[in-house]
Design a protein around this ligand. Structure first.
Ligand SMILES: Nc1ncnc2c1ncn2[C@@H]1O[C@H](COP(=O)(O)OP(=O)(O)O)[C@@H](O)[C@H]1O
Ligand SMILES: Cc1ncc(COP(=O)(O)O)c(N)n1
Ligand SMILES: [Mg+2]
Length: 542
């Protein structure tokens, strides 16, 4: 199918050729053992994930194109816009609709798609009968990686935005090509010929029937479900149902929730997320934004807009990184060890700095011996260094430390706090990794909303007592079963890293090392050598 999602393997090379932290200059310098190396400068250009929204303009800027632009901006993704209609709209309702002629929608599509390397297309209001066909024609000429269809028909104010004549186009042309379709309860009912959708059980039946029309996945949204104290959405992927439940925010400011949710899903897909993870992040974003904006007053009608850009204002949510998790961050994953730093007589900050200068792409602080105050101080200092390098910092096990220093996320073992609980505490943006040895554990991590899994021990190791070794075969089995990106861990170093990468499974994104970097006299040259070995291995696998 032209619009199906390419697995996030594509994004593996993203980091190698492009850096989302901007044009990045690597300058070789004196290593920490004093050996001078040649100075070379390489410039890497940046590709920003790109969503194209094909939707209507809302003059009140709560929904439609304006909501899509704000949602994508909030999620760190570029958004281009093809406008299908201009509405005169405010918090009281829709006062007028002016439909853009089909040939001019086609012209806008061509302008954007022929030039701008769109990753994901998201549709909203498609008010004229043949617009679905026009869009499909453009997508056959310029394929994208995923299509998100929000079948907008009636605004929350009750005004009709796309008449019954457009339902046929949606059902027959667009739905079979969609990677996800996201109707609210009224839209689900309309697409299914007036079927009653008023309970969660009805939403499940509707999701199944809609799936029969051809989309890869379906999300029936229950924002407008009568008599529900929760905001319940039903996700169906053709096999399993997932009931996604959050508490209902008590606010009048829900205008544009559907558009925002769909754009947010598209944004996460553009970054390389699997579908269910994208949906969960999107739902959490809507809930957080509604809660943040529940008391703002814009307009005097019954339905106000909400504030998408809360993160720009709330210092507690401010992150030093431009966007959320990128699987290619797992390429050279350095895990610190307090014991070896003590042994070699160096500070944790010096160790982290050397690993980063040698090319580490993510740091995990694993300070089993440190007291809480010492750990927090070390974490704050390391975060500053990681920030300079544009590399994420994760904290092993300690959610409290991650929250206190606003680290980028946590890594959890099977006996640590469950990932689902950690996600609830940390919110949608933080990175969560889980150590997994089996396909079952990998599946659970995915269900719980983790971003990646660490699989091992691949080889026997001294850094973890009584740790079961899974070997390369065990690693491969887990990678093949995992819907999340994987980093291999356990006894990996310069001598065997390329054997690990050679298993050649696309979601194996890199190796995590402890002793190979930190139980060495000089960290920087070891880090550089390991980086070079990994680069060489991926070129060969390619
Ligand atoms: N008051 C609310 N509190 C929390 N989440 C909500 C609320 N209203 C809607 N949502 C969520 O917003 C998303 C959009 O749903 P919905 O409002 O049903 O779509 P639409 O805007 O297309 O009518 C869903 O994930 C839904 O659960
Ligand atoms: C241009 C446009 N597109 C979509 C919606 C639906 O948004 P909501 O259901 O939240 O009112 C809208 N009101 N206006
Ligand atoms: Mg709504």
């Amino acid at each position: 199918m032209a619009c199906s999602i390419v697995p996030s393997s594509l994004f593996f090379f993203h980091k190698l050729t492009n850096s989302r932290y901007g044009t990045r200059t690597f300058v070789a310098m004196q290593d920490d053992c004093g050996a001078a190396s040649a100075t070379t400068t390489e410039q890497y250009k940046m590709k920003i994930p790109h969503v194209l929204t094909v939707a209507g303009s809302d003059s009140g800027a709560g929904a439609g194109i304006q909501a899509d632009l704000k949602a994508c901006a909030a999620r760190g993704v570029y958004c281009s816009t093809v406008i299908t209609a201009v509405t005169a709209q405010n918090t009281a309702g829709v006062q007028g609709v002016n439909i853009v002629p089909e040939d001019f929608v086609a012209a806008q599509l061509k302008s954007v798609l022929s030039d701008m390397q769109v990753d994901v297309v998201k549709t909203g209001m498609l008010p004229s009968t043949d617009l679905a066909k026009v869009l499909l024609q453009s997508l056959s000429e310029f394929p994208v990686r995923a299509l998100v269809v929000d079948p907008v028909m009636v605004s929350t104010s009750g005004d009709v935005l796309a008449g019954p004549s457009t339902i046929t186009g949606l059902r027959e042309n667009l739905l079979p090509m969609a990677d996800i379709v996201t109707p609210n309860v009224k839209e689900a009912s309309a697409l299914l010929g007036g079927m009653q959708v008023v309970t969660v059980a009805d939403m499940c039946s509707a999701a199944k029937l809609l799936h029969n029309l051809g989309p890869r996945t379906v999300l029936v949204k229950g924002g407008d479900l009568p008599d529900s104290s929760d905001a319940v959405d039903i996700f169906f992927d053709g096999e399993d149902f997932h009931e996604l439940r959050s508490s209902r925010v008590n606010t009048r400011n829900t205008h544009g929730t559907g558009c925002t949710l769909a754009s947010c899903i598209a944004a996460e897909l553009a970054k390389g997320s699997p579908m269910l993870s994208a949906v969960k992040v999107a739902k959490c974003f809507v809930e957080t934004a509604l809660d943040y904006s529940k008391d703002i007053v814009i307009g005097s009608g019954p339905q106000g807009p909400f504030d998408h850009l809360l993160r720009l204002k709330s210092t507690s949510h401010q992150s030093h990184r431009a966007e959320a998790f990128n699987p290619s961050d797992l390429f050279l994953y350095a895990v610190t060890d307090s014991g070896t730093n003590k042994k070699w007589g160096r500070s944790i900050t010096d160790a982290v700095k050397a690993a980063l200068e040698g090319g580490a792409t993510i740091i995990q602080l694993r300070e089993k011996d440190a007291d809480t105050r010492g750990f927090l101080e070390a974490a704050k200092a390391c975060l500053q260094i990681c920030c300079v390098h544009g590399v994420p910092l994760l904290i092993n096990d300690r959610i409290d430390i991650a929250l206190a220093c606003d680290a980028d996320g946590v890594h959890l073992g099977q006996s640590d706090m469950p990932a689902r609980t950690a996600r609830a505490l940390l919110g949608p943006d933080k990175i969560i990794g889980v150590s997994c040895k089996t396909p079952e554990e990998a599946h659970q991590a995915w269900i719980d909303g983790a971003n990646y899994i660490g699989c091992g021990g691949v080889y026997p190791t001294n850094t973890k007592a009584n740790n079961l070794t899974v070997g390369l075969d065990g690693l491969k089995t887990v990678c093949l079963a995992s819907k999340l990106p994987v980093v291999a861990i356990g006894g990996i170093g310069i001598s065997n890293a390329s054997d690990v990468m050679k298993i050649g499974v696309s979601n194996l994104k890199g190796v995590a090392v402890v002793s190979a970097l930190f139980d060495r006299e000089c960290i920087l040259p070891e880090s550089k050598k390991l980086h070079a070995v990994l680069m060489d291995a991926v070129q060969r696998v390619k």
